[in-house]
Ligand binder design. Structure first.
Ligand code: IPM
Ligand code: MN
Length: 351
């Protein structure tokens, strides 16, 4: 019996999560496993009502689940940063979800903005460090509000944090068993402390994986190659900030935020799965948002639980819907409503 915590969150998050849970119900029946869900109301509405981002026992309670399924965090009436830091980043950090795993995979039938590139060219995974770098909130102001103001934001890179992320990337690459290549995405020519550490650890750990090719590219060049030659990539490993940026680019070349999914992974703890896109408040309640990113997050969650066949079946169903039905991945232009897309997937699962 799996226990899954559900945080629908803000904006279109709840609509997306609803379809993901619809798919979960169908797949559980088909593959004969039992689960229960417990819903948590964390998000903008709760904050506006109570003044609290997360209750004090939230993290301890979430730790008791097998996985967390998240919609989206971000509310137009809440100042940017409060919910992102107070909920999303707090959970990633407190649950020590040290890898943000973001597959970039173009499915047949999905429109790609890159001329001449198809599904055979776009199939790689970004392993983004998820608990360190520029995201720790380390820094401060000097002489704030004066003409001499100084703002400092420090990138924290620990040996332990870098090593466990890089090791995850090599392990994942081996398990994935495709091109068997890990590319370190850095900036060794300028960030000569942080990425010197990354580079040393990359080669040190990489030596334990003689079956896997080691490759390096600066982050700016990665942006270029992701557009020009995405087929070069198998697994990309990088720090938190670079990973954030290149996975938005990755989402675009796989068809957009409507389909891009990710997992915040703690291999020894509780992991959290979410669409890469935000809460898209302008589409809230209109039944037009594309739920496939949430459905693909559910596929990742299932794989994480060890339900590999179920995960694979969901992915196949999404592929069929992309190839046969959806006109576009964009909100309002799919040719189907949000709930109809969920029904399509359930239909392809034989439900
Ligand atoms: C993401 C988002 C978050 C991040 C924001 C909302 C804090 O952009 O999941 O990529 O920067 O990690
Ligand atoms: Mn982002």
């Amino acid at each position: 019996m799996y226990r899954i915590a559900v945080i629908p969150g803000d904006g279109t998050g709840p609509e997306q999560v609803r379809e993901g849970l619809k798919v979960l119900a169908a797949i559980a029946k088909k593959f004969n496993f039992a689960y229960e869900t417990v819903e948590f109301d964390y998000g903008g509405e709760r904050f506006l009502k109570t003044g609290e981002v997360l209750p004090p026992d939230a993290v301890d309670e979430l730790k008791t689940f097998d996985a967390i399924y998240l919609g989206a965090i971000g509310h137009p009436d809440v100042k940017p940063g409060i919910l992102e830091k107070g909920i999303l980043l707090t959970l990633r950090f407190a649950l020590d979800q040290y890898v943000n795993l973001r597959p970039v995979k173009l499915f047949p039938g999905v429109e790609c903005p890159l001329k001449g590139k198809g599904p055979e060219d776009i199939d790689f995974v970004v392993v983004r460090e998820n608990t360190e770098g520029l995201y720790t909130g380390s820094g401060g102001f000097l002489k704030k509000g004066t003409p001499d103001e100084v703002a400092i934001q420090t990138s924290i890179n620990t040996r332990k944090g870098v090593e466990r992320c890089i090791r995850f990337a090599f392990e994942y690459c081996r398990k994935r068993n495709k091109a068997k290549k890990v590319t370190l995405c850095g900036k060794t020519n300028v960030l000569t402390y942080a990425f010197n550490l990354w580079e040393r650890v990359f080669h040190e750990v990489g030596q334990e994986y003689p079956d896997i090719e080691r490759d390096y590219a600066h982050v700016d060049a990665i942006c270029m190659w992701m557009v020009k030659n995405p087929e070069w990539f198998d697994v990309i490993v990088t720090d938190n900030m670079f990973g954030d940026i290149i996975t938005d680019l990755g989402a675009m070349i796989q068809g957009g935020m409507g389909i891009a999914a990710g997992g915040n992974i703690n291999p020894e703890g509780v992991s959290m799965f979410e669409p890469i896109g935000g809460s898209a408040p302008k589409y809230t309640g209109k039944n037009v948002i594309n739920p496939l990113a949430a459905v693909m997050s559910m596929a990742m969650l299932l794989e994480h639980l060890g339900e590999n066949a179920a995960s694979q079946a969901v992915e196949e169903a999404v592929k069929l819907a992309c190839a046969n039905n959806l006109k576009s991945m964009a909100a309002g232009r799919m040719g189907y409503s949000t709930s109809e897309v969920g029904d399509l997937i359930v239909g392809y699962l034989g439900g």
